[in-house]
Design a protein around this ligand. Structure first.
Ligand code: AMP
Ligand code: MG
Length: 419
């Protein structure tokens, strides 16, 4: 039996082959409460001006600015308070010369007034107060429409729905919103050595950690996940399960069996389901055998069984594909620069991805491997918030070099840093 020769392609090329596939993005309507994590399928317009009326940004007194002319420490100007309003109330009074309305943050500026004096800027007595500086026309006034005007496009199609987006939708009264459908995901762990989490350990066997990890990665993304039974390294039964998974899911993620071992059946499975293999060898470590195939607008991700490689494969390939399938405008992970804190002196022809900890320090952003880091490592994944990305080539990297880091979690570790 001869081992099939695979030609590695770059990570960039691998991602671009995924992103070139034709996927059909479908719309659906969801309620505002269920919209988090979806992608907007429509532009959202402002349904009214914000603010809707000139309003006070402070607790204080609404006055006519012209009355404050010439005010100083030697020449305090006095006002008579004629009304008192809180947010949500509107004064029926019109302010005349040297009159004022006591006004709370968010309340509409009364007729006649064109400036607000903050409490801190006054000396108060029972029904009067005085000020020691002049105020300009519209000083301390939030103007009608200063943030948005009716008809402005405030959110655009393709944006991910974040808590901030939900605040905007709520503001303009969108109880429902048009979003794209999220792809559904099937997760299948393959390998005759695998035991379920609840199983007792047996000689030669290991517990399936990739299945639960992939499920969690997908759920964190807000996706519905169907988990299938662990598959023995058996061609017929595995083909059966993958066919079944393809009937009801847009994405099928497997772990294990993509290498060239005697019991690595995924390449034959892709043939059996007539999937188009986009690549089966990438110039990356870990996970060089990561394989991605496409069949009738569905993706099959064949992630390596090695946990660190499996995690890396999800971050690099599954995430952008899911974003694309949701019609998202931004599909790629956040990459930052950080100072490498350990040497990686051995040059590597393949791009290396190292599970790592990004730390914010008073001196800058640093990045350190998060523990034992071979491709089979699992604990380092848990201690990582990022992956160091060392380009392949003829040179090594030393502590102190600035490197690219992919953020995989949104929180950085902090070291004596007050933000
Ligand atoms: P494979 O990709 O099938 O060649 O497996 C590579 C390595 O990952 C082997 O040491 C497997 O035992 C291990 N492995 C495979 N699947 C899993 C899994 N679901 N969870 C944890 N380790 C796995
Ligand atoms: Mg295997």
């Amino acid at each position: 039996m001869s081992v099939e020769k695979r030609n590695p392609i770059s990570v960039k090329e691998a991602i671009s082959r995924i992103m070139k596939q034709n996927v059909e993005v479908q719309d659906t309507k969801v309620s505002l409460e269920d919209s988090l994590g979806h992608v907007l399928a429509e532009d959202i317009v402002a349904t009214y001006d914000i603010p809707r009326f000139n309003k006070s940004p402070y607790d204080g007194f609404a006055i006519r600015s012209e009355d404050s002319k010439g005010a100083s420490g030697y020449h305090r100007v006095h006002f008579e308070v004629i009304d008192h309003i809180g947010a949500g109330s509107v004064s029926k009074k019109t302010i005349a010369k040297n009159q004022a309305v006591r006004i709370m943050t968010g309340a509409e500026i009364p007729k006649g007034a064109d400036a607000v004096v903050m409490f801190e800027q006054t000396v108060e007595s029972e029904t009067t107060f005085s000020i020691r500086k002049p105020f300009k026309h519209l000083e301390n006034v939030s103007l009608k429409g200063e943030e948005t005007r009716t008809g402005d496009i405030v959110l655009s199609k393709g944006m991910h729905i974040t808590p901030g987006v939900i605040a905007v939708l709520a503001t303009y009264g969108y109880t429902e919103v048009r979003v794209t459908k999220k792809p559904s995901v099937a997760v299948i762990a393959t390998g005759s050595e695998l035991l379920d989490v609840s199983d007792e350990l047996q000689p030669g066997k290991i517990r399936n950690s990739n299945g639960p990890m992939i499920k969690a990665l997908a759920e964190k993304f807000g996706l519905q996940v169907g988990t299938y039974k662990i598959q023995q390294d058996n061609l017929e039964s595995s083909v059966g399960v993958i066919k079944e998974a393809l009937e009801s899911h847009d994405i099928v993620i497997t772990s294990g069996g993509v290498s060239v071992g005697d019991f690595d059946y995924l390449p034959k499975i892709y043939e059996a389901v007539e999937a188009d293999v986009l690549f089966n060898k990438v110039a990356q470590r870990p996970g060089s055998v990561t394989t991605v195939a496409f069949v009738h607008s569905q993706f099959l991700f064949g992630l390596s069984g090695n946990p660190s490689a499996c995690f890396t494969g999800f971050e690099l390939y599954v995430k952008p594909a899911v974003n694309m399938m949701m019609g998202a405008r931004s599909c790629y992970p956040q990459i930052i620069k950080a100072t490498l804190m350990e040497d990686f002196e051995k040059a590597n022809p393949f791009t290396r991805f190292i599970r790592a900890k990004v730390t914010l320090t008073p001196a800058g952003t640093t990045v350190t491997p998060s523990g034992f880091n071979k491709s089979g490592a699992v604990v380092a994944i848990a201690h990582a918030n990022s992956m160091i990305m060392l380009p392949g080539g003829t040179r090594g990297f030393k502590a102190g070099h600035t490197v690219d880091v992919i953020l995989t979690e949104s929180n950085a570790f902090e070291e004596d840093l007050i933000l």
